[in-house]
Design a protein around this ligand. Sequence first.
Ligand code: IPT
Length: 989
Amino acid sequence: MIAGFHEDPGPGTGRRAPRADFVSDAPRHSLNGQWRFLLSGTAAGTGPGLPDPALDDSGWERIRVPSHWVLEGHDRPLYTNTAYPFPIDPPYLPDDNPTGDYRLRFDLPADWPAARDVLRFQGVDSCGTVWLNGELLGHSKGSRLPFEFDVTGRLRERGNVLAVRVHRWSSGSYLEDQDMWWLPGIFRDVELLSRPEGGIDDFTVHASYHDGTGTLLVTADAPGLVELPALGLAIPTGEQVTVPGVRPWSAEDPCLHRGTLTAAGETIDLAVGFRTVEIAGGRLLVNGRPILMRGVNRHEHDPDRGRSLDRATMIRDIELMKRHNLNAVRTSHYPPHPEFLRLCDEYGLWVVDECDIETHGFIYAGWEGNPPAEPMWRDALLDRARRMVERDKNHPSVIIWSLGNESGGGATFGDIEEWIRERDPTRPLHYERDPSYRHSDFYSLMYPAQDTLERIGQRKEDTPAGVEPGSPDDVRRRELPFLLCEYAHAMGNGPGSLVDYQRILESYERFCGAFVWEWIDHGLAGRDALGRRYYRHGGDIDASPNGERFCLDGLLFPDRTPSPGLLELRKAVEPVAMEVSGGELVITSKYDFTALDQLTFRWFVEADGMRGASGTLSVPHCPARSSVRVPLPSAEAGGDGETWLTVEAVLAEETRWAPAGHVIAFTQTHLGTTARGRPPSTPSPALSSPAPDAEPAPTPQPAVGGRVGEVRLGTAVFDGRTGRLARLGDVELDGPVLDVWRAPIENDHGLGGANAPAADWEAVGVDRFLHRTAALDRPDERTLVVRVRSGPATRTLGFRTTYTYRLLDDGTLHLRIDADPVGDWDDTAYGHLTVTPPRMGTRFALPGGYTDVTWFGLGPGESYADSRAAARVGRFRSSIDALQTPYVVPQENGNHVETRWLEVSGDGLPTLRVDGEPHVDFTARRWTSEALRAARHPHDLTDSGRVWLNLDHGQQGVGSASCGPALPERYRLKVRPRTWSMTLTPVRP
Ligand code: IPT
């Protein structure tokens, strides 16, 4: 077998030197569009005839460029997390190597000048060999980086034939083991550029800012004139000027000074942002001030187009980030399309630009032969760093270079560091995976627990494994700022603790920013048997190895709908904190640069969720990182029930990324509570004592006035054997049944068997309790006591629950539930395991005709113990269908903590009202938790014909243990006696 270019570990051949990506008025001809395409099974492709202009390709398929062929009906996408889908046999690849041969016939535009010509590919995955009119130009690897060929003198006016052979696997694939779909193809733009003779090919903008003064120097490989009209500047390249009083660039105020760089035959667009990045005193400073990045890790993803994104989608991402109070993005784990960075300059985001290097799969070789440690790969790795830095160096938004992700350590990182420091001393470097941190200006980790992070903030972290305590590396690292490059794994329902993390991040000067993993679920669009659209994960494609669902860990669903996790993040990172203290509202700006003048503070009062007085606060000038106090509005409650004051900080005027009135931050304060009509009722102490250990015999006899097998209490009818409510007035229902389980969320499965409570629940049977009604007692006319023991087969563990019903004077039914643990919850039979149930609650079945829920409590979205900051106290209404959060893989969702009351209604049916005492958690859905667990996709969930209503004491938090620390103890439900109460009222329609 002849090794082709694709197995050569070198980065490429025949390419031009990397240079800045810029926009100019020089002729540019897009070669995007329909190309001829044929896919073959091996690296030989269609054979040696591919470049031949005379080859008859009329029978070939057509494919759009840019795209990934696996998303255009050829072969299939594959997803692995860390594993290489080929043997670790570097730099070689298996013979089975799907290879796409591309051909394009094109004419030059009529007015194409006679000058130098450059052919540019913005991204080819994984490797492209290129011929023009039968002549080999060269090849290139580095999928997410551009490459160019000089084609001067090789073009014809008409009938040019461009041929490209693209291999799915190449030596470059060993350097591209990011946790994402393997998506081959020419997936970014292809273009022909006319480069003027004697013109500028590459230039560097040095625009710094110190104490109100900017300094500008543009260097270039040919002479040119720099003009920034608004600043009255016209200077030749190579000449430095100072600009007093200039407005600097920051993510908060992305001031770009637009102008031109004019050189022979060309005018280049300039967008200069004056800013200086430095590390001083162990902190990251921009323009002399510390910054805190509130960031996300962004992969390029679209459910139909993969990593082939259009500009509108890039803008959508940035708008969504800005609208959710994010100010930073780590381009995990490769440089994005260059247009994205132009947009970051314009909209204002701090960017950590990350190189297209990840060798994670060497973990399965014990890191033996890891490319950064092998001289054979040095050129390829350095080439990637150079192409990133040269392409992106002129973007003010790029403030940090990241050398790559999850690639262990190796000498080549030292070479890369040296090269970048020499080429661009203006930006600090980040690399997380080498515990010496020698090549990084930041200490950095992924997914630390909160207490670990707290110690890092205090610079008291444990010395990383492999580093000698007290050694120079240890001492140096402790002085570095800390950048949390990944945390809060947003897989499925979650992440939890965002507010906890933010509190820590804002408490210590060492922290310069944190990036949630990750921005968007990498689901790929599919159609079910009925033609309904759904999203596929790795496990939906028959391939091995397979990372399965791990690609679904974003804050956006694949269609870019914000998940509840993103709404929680928006609240956790809101840049304005408001707190009521001593009758005043204390407003604290967490902006690093801008004052709060762009915000309006509006307020309103609600009683039992009904809107009362409202107005606008007059807030004095509040500079960045400072506080002001304003008097609270004197608002009357004006209604019964709980009264709350809400203050919202909103955009006073429309911005580029959001309309006027867009809410940046909010706070709520409880003003007081007045009676709602029904006196709070407490069952008599005698009835509330826990059930004695000796159980009375079951008493399933009919009660006076009931049919055989029935017990009645006012309008409430109970099943005489189970003691469950069967009817309340005209409301038909079946329940309560003790429910201590939830359909596991991704975080309940943990990572690779660690922190996997769902498995523990199943091991002991928390998911399959059986119930035995031990006794029904009527201590008096108005009271029914039902005693039930619940637990799983094969175990002693369970709960003994006492349901005490009391008929109140107004005819409503009061229910108190006392659940006491019994048996052995410390499971010693199969290793020592203390199981905590995910839920303490009761489940009711209602007729399927119920359609809506109105409630007063937290809403409108779902809330959990450790993810509830985004929810507000108020009155909300939703259809039961809309209460479901459509996680791409079905799992527990739609909980509402601290619900004061709710009403379940449906056309022609009596409404069921539930008043918590003081609260219940509720969920309502058309399927059971068991069905939710069994479903693989949302379309597997079908209406059971009933509504399943959970009225719970509580549920454990969501955490982010799918890749991260275990759920903190405080968000779990310890096994101990629990009591909760509510009243149930039928309301006529
Ligand atoms: C970390 C990776 O950097 C990221 O790409 C992604 O895989 C994430 O985890 C999990 O979704 S690596 C992990 C082993 C900590």
